[in-house]
Design a protein around this ligand. Structure first.
Ligand code: GCU
Length: 603
């Protein structure tokens, strides 16, 4: 009984702090469709491992920190930093791959960008960050705008009343130190790239502007669009027009006092699919604001163990991808990076990618829309986060919220994933159910999943019975038979038992191989071993009746601090099918042939 009361109190505490977090600044969506000025380029930076620019020597937050961008007023003045004389880094970009001294650096780096701005009447100004890893404290002209936690989702702050005509200085303290209570937590198998890793833009909008909108097909429909529009600004109640000229759609709605209005109307649409990635030009406008977008419309559902795209069963021929620029190294951030990664995935025969283990930049999902590649989008609730910590839950929920807010109009995104390889427990189940419920409340149109684990019912039977499966639409399962679990041939004798009548995606399998390292197929780290592993895996997996997709681990080798083996790993996870220099390994062609076979079968 006492335990039940304790658990209830914890959960209530989670809810309370969750509501407090709701006060986050509203997130503006579809920056590409807005009037923006980018602040990308060279930023002055100060490496501040001891956070001297933030805390005083008593480790109390200082009121006179580096965010003041102070300058000596007289020769006797004591100022111990000077942004304008400091080194520079590129934004967007992580600091680790730009400066060899910072490759392993985890701590604080201060960024400063100066800019002038021509103020306009009845115009508001926001500063928008595509992402900053991990904890960002943002200041303009010495004033604190706010803090954002989470390294892979966008955030913005209004600066209308703070910006001036000349010499504005925008200062961001970015801290990528890992913390036990954070999301992700201390331990991950990817490089902890720090910095202003994505585009930074000034966004100009009218006094009352179109903050956000949701326009997708109603669940289960292929001709009814349902959603909403949300205005931001004093004049809440306004007429909003939604136009899709190509589909002869011109709908007007009137918002309530909070600037919100539901939208629903019928339309004859050419549905989005990998074979036909049709995107419509959509315009949302009021008398003072107008936002243009390109949106695809498709329905995605499950029926028993089938996944239905536009009402037809599909098979997801996928691959996992980390957000790392293949040849340049470092965090991927540009449209070219995205195009290279997705083009390589297409070359494999993929119609689906799992963007692991965190939301990738918006260029990836926009390009997936254009290229007709379906997307599994995930937040970094990875391995063992602090399930009982209310702040950890709120943090994860915020990241989910920001991810869904940014990409909810992307036809390519079909699955929201709330976790990867998390240990079964009551607290974990409550935590992840909270995230699943939140995702469903924000987006009733997409499927919910997670990359879970399986265990052995007996030495030859792998069992999927994770209690979280109950609350998901699609089961994800990571397994490493042939690498961490026995040798590749073990797959030949294994059965699968799945306790849910739901579609299954094998969200990870694979093994390491160093490109160009050759030998007998029984020798680890050789291309022959990896190829052999894939052959036995694919033979095993295609026997699973409810298998509806797979995303082998992984498209390219990627940096990881957990992989020190000299002359083989050298701090790279070598499970890529493509090396970090873009070379295709033998297993690349094994999977490509397998996918070509499925395509021939119409899958
Ligand atoms: C895990 C994990 C990945 C990791 C991979 C590996 O399953 O989800 O992030 O890189 O296995 O060990 O290579």
């Amino acid at each position: 009984m006492m335990i039940k009361v304790g658990a209830l109190l914890t959960f209530l505490l989670i809810l309370v702090t969750a509501s407090q977090a709701q006060q986050r600044p509203a997130l503006i969506t579809n920056i590409e469709g807005r009037h923006t000025m980018d602040l990308n380029g060279r930023w002055q930076t100060i490496i501040d491992q001891y956070e001297t620019g933030y805390y005083d020597y008593r480790y109390q937050p200082s009121t006179d920190g580096y965010f003041k961008n102070a300058k000596p007023k007289s020769p006797s003045d004591l100022i111990e930093y000077d942004f304008d004389a400091s080194e520079q880094l590129n934004v967007p970009g992580d600091w680790n791959s730009q400066d060899q001294r910072l490759l392993f650096y985890e701590g604080t780096v201060w960024y400063k960008k100066s800019f002038d701005y021509q103020k306009k009447d009845r115009t508001r100004l926001f500063v928008y960050f595509g992402a900053a890893n991990y904890l960002a404290d943002v200041y303009l002209n010495g004033q604190k705008l706010g803090r954002h936690e989470g390294g892979f989702t966008p955030f913005n702050f209004e600066i209308t009343n703070l910006v001036r005509e000349k010499d504005n200085f925008l200062i961001v303290k970015v801290d990528n130190k890992r913390r036990r209570d954070a999301v992700p937590t201390l331990n991950t198998d990817w490089w902890n790239y720090g910095g202003l890793t994505r585009d930074v833009n000034l966004v100009e909008v009218p006094d009352t502007f179109i903050e956000d909108y949701f326009l997708q097909l109603k669940k289960g429909s292929t001709n009814e669009i349902a959603g909403w529009v949300k205005l931001n600004g004093a004049a809440g109640s306004k007429v909003v027009t939604v136009e899709i000229p190509e589909a002869n759609v011109k709908q007007t709605v009137t918002t309530d006092a909070n600037g919100y209005a539901p939208v629903s109307f019928k339309a004859r649409l050419n549905l989005w699919s990998p074979e036909n990635p049709k995107l419509y030009s959509v315009k949302v406008s009021t008398d003072v604001d107008s936002v243009g977008d390109r949106i695809g419309f498709r329905s995605i559902e499950t029926r028993g163990t089938d996944i239905l795209l536009n009402g037809k069963p599909i098979f997801l021929r996928g691959i996992c991808i980390h957000e790392e620029s293949p040849l340049r190294g470092g965090r991927a951030f540009s449209k070219d990076d995205a195009r290279m990664l997705l083009t390589w995935a297409k070359e494999l025969g993929s119609n689906f990618v799992r963007l692991a283990h965190y939301p990738h930049n918006e260029h990836m999902t926009r390009l997936a829309d254009e290229m007709g590649i379906m997307v599994w989008s995930e937040i970094p609730v990875y391995w063992t986060v602090l399930w009982d910590n209310p702040d950890t839950f709120v943090n994860a929920k915020n990241q989910l919220d920001e991810n869904i807010t940014r990409d909810k109009n992307k036809a390519s995104v079909i699955l929201w994933s709330v976790a990867n390889e998390t240990p079964v427990s009551e607290a974990r189940l409550k935590f992840l159910r909270g995230l699943v419920d939140h995702a469903r409340s924000l987006d009733p149109t997409r499927l919910l999943t997670a990359a879970n684990e399986r265990h052995y019912a007996d030495p030859n039977t792998q069992l999927i019975d994770d209690p979280l499966g109950e609350y998901l639409d699609v089961l994800g399962c990571n397994e490493y038979v042939g690498w961490y679990d026995g040798l590749p041939e073990k797959a030949d004798r294994l059965q699968w038992k799945i306790n849910y009548n739901k579609p299954l995606i094998i969200s990870e399998f694979g093994g390491d191989a160093l490109f160009g390292n050759h030998g007998d197929k029984g020798v680890r780290w050789t291309e022959e071993y990896q190829k052999n592993l894939y052959e036995h895996q694919l033979a095993m997996l295609k026997k699973i009746p409810s298998l509806r997709g797979m995303t082998p681990w992984i498209l390219t080798d990627f940096r990881s601090p957990r992989r020190p083996l000299p002359r083989i790993q050298d701090f790279y996870n070598r499970k890529g099918l493509i090396s970090s220099r873009g070379e295709r390994k033998q297993a690349f062609y094994t999977l490509q042939n397998f996918y070509r076979g499925l395509i021939k079968e119409g899958k």
